[in-house]
Design a protein around this ligand. Sequence first.
Ligand code: CP
Length: 318
Amino acid sequence: MKNYTNINDLDNLQETVQEAVVLKKEPLQFEQLGKGKTICLLFFNNSLRTRLSTQKAAQNLGLNTVVMNFGAEGWQLEYEDGTIMNQNKAEHVKEAAQVISQYCDIIAIRAFASLEDKQKDLREEVLTNFQKYASVPIVNMESSVGHPLQALADAITLEEFKVNHKPKVVLSRAPHPKALPHAVANSFIEMMQLQDADFVITHPEGYDLSADIVKDSKVEYNQKKAFENADFIYTKNWSSFIVYGKVLKTDNEWMITADKMKLTNNAKFMHCLPVRRNVVVSDEVLDSENSLVIEQSNNRTFAAQIVLKKILEDRDVF
Ligand code: CP
């Protein structure tokens, strides 16, 4: 695999999940694979899980890791061609991507959506320009449109905890005071479209995600109806995609509560974290034995590790 910018970069999701489950049992079995090679992790935005789990995954494969908080410490980058750079942007991505490629063998990037300019966010300016000008593989650690490492970790978690061959999985929007990006929900949907599952997306009207992502996945505007007989409830917040980047309502009607979970088939609760307690989900649900959030975070390491392993094993790259 040359790059990992989308879950569809994997040749086969099911096989990759099985490989990750095996890798999880003995994470150091490929520690010679990355010996003498370096990965640069570039963060344009904050992180806890992505930063630590990707670093841990790289370490398990013997890679050296360089981390840069680009948003806080790097030069502000220009992405447009032909710009007269006489304002606050000191360096063009053309040079930056080529320079960073000289220092490392893989570049991983986190660059969230601005939620101000829809077309610019959909172009994935940072990720696509690094991919265009870098000479090494690129890994997406959450871009403006997707978070495929999270989606792969979620697929591993679903595999580990599913009881039915074809579980009912519900993606539910929950309230949040801040406008949040669509990336986690987008990648979760793309991942679920590769699964043999009864998959339902539920959210209030006005929070419809991009039709290019949702495609023919089922959408149900009645949360309680969607929850009936669910085996997994995956919760995430996102701002409106239609009234781009806006929070339309701030009430807690869509919060995940124990009463709503009673409508399900004793469903497991999932969230990518970080999560706001008693805003997105009640303490009772988050602290229950059905909550998988800590194991989802654990699986971030093995999702990242299987992706880096596939890149390191690509003979056309190395
Ligand atoms: N889930 C996730 O990506 O967590 P961080 O934002 O802390 O990396």
